[in-house]
Design a protein around this ligand. Structure first.
Ligand SMILES: *Cc1c(COP(=O)(O)O)cnc(C)c1O
Length: 378
């Protein structure tokens, strides 16, 4: 007999999704209404207002794409990159590599600026690349590299790009709501994020924001956007009251209720307070890891508070530890990706997960699970 599904109760402390507050879960279970209902149009406007607050932007074109963060990424690249365009792509982890793939699939030429995994993007290397490629039309980088836990200097990189007339595309999937991200002040042209990281919404939506310079670039395209679903000019007609809210696709109505509630909670808390809460949780975690004799991958100055890459001690079985944490403690932490597989664990302190009780729970569980495996641990 097939029965309804009851998930186990997990404490989510990996790279996302994160813990979802009961208020957000409750909001998502409210009655579905039509996506062209005037009441839903009012909700869309409020979501846009709240996203502008979270992104620190006045950009009119700020909305959630009806698909996960990867779709927001594609939206930025398919709209802004045309065949033959040269794009400087900074790669210091998994997600920078995906940006490169996006440029190439859009027919562009990627000029890769590589930085070692676990370090931030090097602005001096970006400047050199701009010197060598004055015809580069875009600079793309990941603000918060979730695969390594490194935070890059978005403000400096954006200033370099702007100085040469290049647009910037920024992956802010893990940074939005967790660390300062000042879209207007830093002059970020196209930015994409996700609902299930520091916003602690449910997975499945990708907040994006586009500035005027980016929109001008889209309007001036020589070729049509090579995606129907993600073509900005079409999506705008749906999300924009001035566009007449013409039917484009059916919005995931209940998922939007959930995102709205998560954003209302962020607004109630205050963005700066949310940033501070992530930092406090991080400091608490680092102190506890230190007491257990565990080290972080990223040097202090570039550490993301919301994603902590912890070096796996010599001789400790990565998968067995994560399995024990899940089975005995209902605790999920993330594995290393790519070159860092088997070398690090990724402990996420994102959104609702960034609370002292979760940090303490995680440290206690790690201590118990590692106790039998480590000689040096306390
Ligand atoms: C999670 C993540 C993505 C992809 O988001 P999905 O919602 O999984 O599609 C992209 N970039 C970064 C930095 C991420 O952490």
């Amino acid at each position: 007999m097939v029965q309804s599904f009851t998930p186990p109760r997990r404490r989510l402390m990996g790279p996302g999704p994160t813990m979802v507050h009961p208020r957000v879960l409750e909001a998502s279970s409210r009655p579905t209404i039509g996506h062209l209902d005037p009441a839903f149009a009012g909700l869309m406007d409020e979501v846009k207002f709240l996203l502008k607050y979270a992104f620190r932007t006045q950009n009119a074109l700020t909305l959630p794409v009806s698909a996960p963060g990867s779709a927001g990424m594609e939206m930025c690249f398919v709209n802004l990159v045309e065949p033959e365009d040269k794009v400087i792509v900074c790669v210091n982890g998994v997600f920078g590599g995906r940006m490169k793939a996006n440029v190439e699939r859009a027919g562009g030429t990627a000029v890769v600026v590589e930085s070692p995994w676990g370090t931030p993007v090097d602005p001096a290397a970006v400047e050199q690349a701009l010197d060598r490629h004055p015809d580069a039309r875009i600079v793309a980088f990941v603000h918060a590299e979730t695969s390594t836990g490194a935070l890059s200097d978005a403000k400096s990189i954006a200033a370099l790009a702007r100085g040469r007339g290049a647009l910037v595309i920024v992956d802010a999937v893990t940074s939005l709501g967790g660390v300062p991200l000042l879209v207007d002040e830093w002059g970020l042209d196209a930015v994409y994020s996700g609902s299930q990281k520091c916003l602690s919404g449910m997975p499945g939506l990708s907040p994006v924001t586009f500035g005027e310079a980016a929109l001008e670039r889209v309007r001036a395209r020589r070729t049509p956007v090579n995606s129907w679903f993600l073509d900005l000019t079409l999506v705008m007609g749906y999300w924009d009251a001035e566009g007449g809210r013409s039917y484009h696709h059916t919005a995931p109505v209940n998922a939007i209720y959930a995102l709205h509630e998560a954003l209302v909670m962020l607004h109630e808390e205050g963005l700066e307070n949310a940033w501070q809460r992530h930092r406090d949780a991080h400091d608490r975690l680092v102190a506890g890891l230190d007491a257990l004799g565990l080290e972080l991958l990223v040097e202090e100055a570039a550490r993301l508070p919301q994603l902590n890459a912890v070096k796996i001690p010599q001789g400790v079985d990565d998968a067995a530890v994560r399995r024990d944490l899940l089975q005995r403690f209902d605790l999920e932490i993330g594995p290393g990706l790519g070159d860092l597989a088997g070398k690090i664990w990724r402990i996420g302190l994102m959104g609702e997960s960034a609370r002292p009780e979760n940090v303490d729970y995680c440290l206690d569980a790690l201590k118990t699970v590692l106790g039998g495996r480590l000689n040096c641990a306390a």
